[in-house]
Design a protein around this ligand. Structure first.
Ligand SMILES: [Zn+2]
Length: 66
C-alpha cells in the first residue's frame, strides 16, 4: 500500500487479560480478508487465542417487528 508510512497495528492488547500482544513471546499476525483486516493473536500470558476482524462495512439482517 502507498500509505505504508502511516502503518500502525491497531490491535495491541490481549482481549482476555490485557497483556501486550506485541511482546516477542506472543503472536500477532495481521492478514486481510477482502477489504477487512484480520488479526490472529495468541497471548503467551493467558494462552487466549483467536481472531479479531476490523470490518469496513457491516451487513446486518433487518430486525423483525413483532
Ligand atoms: Zn492474555
Amino acid at each position: 500500500m502507498s500509505d505504508s508510512k502511516n502503518y500502525e497495528i491497531k490491535l495491541k492488547y490481549c482481549p482476555n487479560c490485557g497483556e501486550s500482544l506485541l511482546k516477542s513471546s506472543s503472536l500477532l499476525n495481521e492478514y486481510w480478508i477482502s477489504d477487512d483486516t484480520a488479526y490472529f493473536c495468541w497471548c503467551s500470558e493467558c494462552s487466549w487465542k483467536g481472531e479479531i476482524v476490523e470490518v469496513k462495512r457491516v451487513t446486518a439482517p433487518e430486525l423483525a417487528s413483532v
